[in-house]
Design a protein around this ligand. Structure first.
Ligand code: ZN
Length: 213
């Protein structure tokens, strides 16, 4: 099906091509991975590879669903796949690990040349966590963050933005286990700085709450 020409970077008369091609020809026997594929194809593969990378701290959620993976694009040189990631907060200790994991995923998918670029602005917000990511957090026993900036995404519950100090007591946080909103904050910081420790007053279980910001 693929009729795209080989990228310019691939020397057409490479003496290695005939030897190498068969080793990469799995499945439908079409274009060998990582060589004569279109830039669009490589980008699609890069997305697929990176979507499978789990967050190191919350492995049930991918870096895509957490909103850490911002974009996958072709660099200006027209060859290098560039994955753009934004840390959940500056100084997040998991960040170098995420860079490594993303790079490893691209390498394993045969997508070289690639690079992983960390972009700090705009700053990551919990609003970037996808619905799938929120569901996974709940399954993992972590109450997902409430929406900061776009309440419209939550059933049209739109409220005007007011510039007031953040309430010391957050709105009712539902227990991820039993759904009860009779919960109590025990500590502003839980297993990581981006979570708070809560306790459910009904099922008595403690749980982490992913703080919105
Ligand atoms: Zn509960």
């Amino acid at each position: 099906m693929r009729t795209v020409p080989a990228p310019m970077t691939r020397a057409p008369a490479s003496p290695f091509a005939p030897t190498f091609a068969p080793t990469f020809t799995h499945g439908d026997g079409s274009t060998p991975a990582g060589s004569a594929v279109s830039p669009e194809d490589r980008l699609a593969r890069a997305w697929a590879a990176l979507e499978a990378v789990p967050d190191p701290e919350i492995p049930v959620v991918s870096i895509r669903d957490l909103g850490i993976l911002r974009d996958v694009a072709m660099a200006d040189d027209g060859q290098t796949i560039e994955a753009i990631i934004t840390p959940t907060y500056s100084g997040c200790p998991a960040m170098s690990q995420i860079e490594e994991d993303a790079g490893r995923a691209l390498e394993a998918a045969g997508l070289a040349p690639w690079r992983v670029r960390t972009v700090l602005a705009p700053a990551w917000t919990t609003d970037w966590i996808t619905e799938a990511g929120r569901a996974s957090l709940r399954t993992f026993g972590i109450a997902p963050p409430g929406q900061c900036a776009s309440p419209a995404a939550h059933g049209g519950n739109v409220q005007p933005m007011r510039f007031v100090p953040r309430q010391p007591q957050a709105p009712a946080i539902a227990c991820p286990r039993c759904g009860s909103v009779h919960t109590q904050e025990l500590s502003r910081f839980a297993s990581t700085a981006c979570k708070a420790l809560y306790r459910c007053l009904d099922c008595r279980e403690p749980f982490d709450y992913f703080k919105p910001y």
